[in-house]
Design a binder for this molecule. Structure first.
Ligand SMILES: [Zn+2]
Length: 165
């Protein structure tokens, strides 16, 4: 009779769900050194892609340049405001009789700004909470997009009374 018994499955080489991104992958250990902290991170095992992400975040590498960020911001705000004004114009002619154009404008722009705010909160909560670097946190396409949506809502609300009657 063998004394070793049935071989135990090697847990370290089994595909598991990454707690960070949710994808099934072989997980690797995320150490305190990886995130440049004294204490080990709360998530112990992540996939290799996420470990790279955490490492580059810890080094506060900026891969999205300020120039690109500002250009994207301006572009999205321009498109956002134009689209909102078009939508408001279309809605106000249909709904103005029953609810009034200022109410239509308020609902649409407030909904837009709140969406942007919610996106910004969910993106920055993770990025800023992890690094405490606001500058690095803002250098993200998603963060810029959310700010642009927030600003578009505010700008459209400000100019719509002069444009839509
Ligand atoms: Zn992952």
């Amino acid at each position: 009779m063998s004394s070793t018994g049935p071989a135990r499955p090697d847990l370290s080489r089994r595909e598991m769900e990454c707690p960070s991104c949710g994808k099934k992958s072989f997980l690797v250990e995320l150490t305190a050194e990886d995130i440049q902290r004294v204490r080990p991170p709360t998530v112990g095992m992540v996939c290799e892609g996420c470990r790279e992400k955490y490492r580059s975040a810890a080094r506060l590498e900026i891969r999205y340049s300020t120039q690109t960020a500002l250009r994207d911001l301006a572009l999205v705000v321009l498109v956002g405001v134009s689209l909102l004004l078009l939508v408001l114009d279309a809605l106000s002619t249909r709904l103005a009789v029953s609810v009034g154009p200022s109410n239509v404008s308020f609902f649409v722009t407030a909904a837009t700004s709140l969406t942007g705010l919610r996106m910004m909160y969910s993106e920055l909560r993770g990025r800023y909470g992890f690094t405490h670097s606001l500058s690095w946190s803002l250098h993200s396409r998603y963060a810029i997009l959310s700010i642009a949506i927030l600003v578009s809502g505010i700008l459209a609300a400000a100019v719509s009374p002069f444009i839509i009657r």
